[in-house]
Design a protein around this ligand. Structure first.
Ligand SMILES: *Cc1c(COP(=O)(O)O)cnc(C)c1O
Length: 361
C-alpha cells in the first residue's frame, strides 16, 4: 500500500491505527457479528460506545461536571445559527471577534438573529493577526462573546483565551480542539466540527455549561435547542452513530499518546519544523501571519514567485505529499498538520520544500 502524507484542511487525516482498528472491527464489532453502522442507537452496544466516547473526551479535556457534552449534526455551520437562537433575543447585543473566514460566516449568520457588535477585527491587515485584547470593544451586557480560536484558512491561532468577564465566552474550536490543553471552565460553550481533529464529518461536538440550557427562543427548531439535545443525551433523534464510534476511537488513541499535553508537544515540534523552513528560505516561501499568532494546525504560506505554485504542487504530489493547495479564497499553500499528522510527514514536506527551493533558486 502506498504511504501518503495527507495535509488536507478537512476532512483530514485520521490516525492510521484508528483506521486499521475500524477496518478490523467493521463487520464484527466486539463479537456481536454486527457493524456499528447496523446497530440500534438505543441498544446496549451503541450506548456503551457513546458513553465511553463522552467519558474519554471528558478525561482528555478535563471537562467539569457542570458541562454537557453533545454529539450533534450539521457541522460548525449549524452552530452559527444554533448559538444565537439559544442564547440571544432579537434585541440583544452579541459580541464577535472577526479574525477571518470562519469568524465572518459566524457573524453573518448571527446578524439574522441579534445585534452584532464587532468587538475587534483584524481585517485591516488581511486577517494576519489576532487583535490585542486590550483594544477590544466589548459590550458589558452582551448575550455572549464569540471568537474562533483557530482560523483554519488564514492559519491564525489565538495564543490566549479572551477574558469575557461575566459574559458567556463562546468558541468555534473546530480546527484546534484537542491540540493542546484548554481550561474549559473559562467557556460558556465550545463547539467543533469533527472533521479536523476528532473524526469523520457529519458529527459536531458541543460542550455547553448547564446554566445556558433552556434559553432557546420559542421559534427555535426542536433539533436546534441545546436543552432538547442535552435532555436526550444526544439521542433525541438518530445521531451519526458511525462517526461517534470513530471519534471515540480517536479519543482512545489520544489518551494512548499521553493525552493533549503530550500531543501538544508534538504539535509544537511539527509547526516549528515548518515555520523554520519557511523563515529560513530567504523569501522563497513566505508566511503572512504574525509570528505570535501562527497556527500550529494550519500552516499557510505562499511562494515568493506565484508562477511556481503549480510546479510546487506537482512535485509534492509525486512524493505523495497531498492536498497542499491553499483555500480558493486566499490561494498559495496550506499544510494542515492536525494531531494525526506525524512528525515524519512534516519532515517529508520540509525536506521537499528545501529541495524545491534550491532547485529553483
Ligand atoms: C471547517 C470549519 C468550519 C466549518 O465546518 P462545517 O462542519 O463544514 O460546517 C467552521 N469553523 C472552523 C474554524 C472550521 O475549521
Amino acid at each position: 500500500m502506498t504511504q501518503v502524507f495527507n495535509f488536507s484542511a478537512g476532512p483530514a487525516v485520521l490516525p492510521r491505527e484508528v483506521l486499521l482498528q475500524v477496518q478490523q472491527e467493521l463487520t464484527d464489532w466486539h463479537g456481536t457479528g454486527m457493524c456499528v453502522m447496523e446497530m440500534s442507537h438505543r441498544g446496549k452496544e451503541f450506548t456503551q460506545i457513546i458513553h465511553e466516547a463522552e467519558a474519554d473526551l471528558r478525561q482528555l479535556m478535563g471537562i467539569p461536571s457542570n458541562y454537557k457534552v453533545l454529539f450533534l449534526q450539521g457541522g460548525a455551520h449549524f452552530q452559527f445559527s444554533m448559538l444565537p437562537l439559544n442564547l440571544a433575543r432579537q434585541d440583544d447585543t452579541v459580541d464577535y471577534v472577526n479574525t477571518g473566514h470562519w469568524s465572518k460566516i459566524a457573524i453573518k449568520e448571527a446578524r439574522r438573529y441579534a445585534n452584532v457588535n464587532i468587538a475587534a477585527s483584524s481585517e485591516d491587515r488581511n486577517f494576519s493577526y489576532v487583535p490585542d485584547e486590550a483594544g477590544w470593544k466589548k459590550t458589558a451586557n452582551a448575550a455572549y462573546l464569540h471568537y474562533c480560536s483557530n482560523e483554519t484558512i488564514g492559519g491564525v491561532e489565538f495564543p490566549f483565551i479572551p477574558d469575557a468577564g461575566n459574559v458567556p465566552l463562546i468558541c468555534d474550536m473546530s480546527s484546534n480542539i484537542l491540540s493542546k490543553p484548554v481550561d474549559v471552565s473559562k467557556f460558556g460553550l465550545i463547539y467543533a466540527g469533527a472533521q479536523k481533529n476528532i473524526g469523520p464529518s457529519g458529527l459536531t461536538l458541543a460542550i455547553v455549561r448547564e446554566d445556558l440550557l433552556g434559553r432557546a427562543r420559542p421559534e427555535t427548531p426542536t433539533m436546534l435547542d441545546y436543552k432538547v439535545q442535552a435532555d436526550g443525551e444526544s439521542l433525541y433523534n438518530t445521531p451519526p452513530t458511525f462517526a461517534i464510534y470513530v471519534a471515540g476511537l480517536v479519543f482512545k488513541w489520544l489518551l494512548a499518546q499521553g493525552g493533549v499535553r503530550a500531543i501538544e508537544q508534538r504539535n509544537i515540534e511539527k509547526a516549528a519544523l515548518l515555520y523554520e523552513t519557511i523563515d529560513a528560505s530567504g523569501g522563497f516561501y513566505h508566511c503572512p501571519v504574525d509570528r505570535a499568532n501562527r497556527s500550529r494546525m494550519n500552516v499557510a504560506f505562499t511562494l515568493g514567485d506565484e508562477s511556481l505554485d503549480d510546479a510546487f504542487l506537482e512535485g509534492a504530489k509525486a512524493r505523495e505529499l497531498l492536498q497542499l493547495k491553499g483555500h480558493r479564497s486566499v490561494g498559495g499553500m496550506r499544510a494542515s498538520i492536525y494531531n494525526a499528522m506525524t512528525v515524519e510527514g512534516v519532515r517529508a514536506l520540509t525536506d521537499y520544500m528545501r529541495e524545491f527551493a534550491s532547485s529553483k533558486g
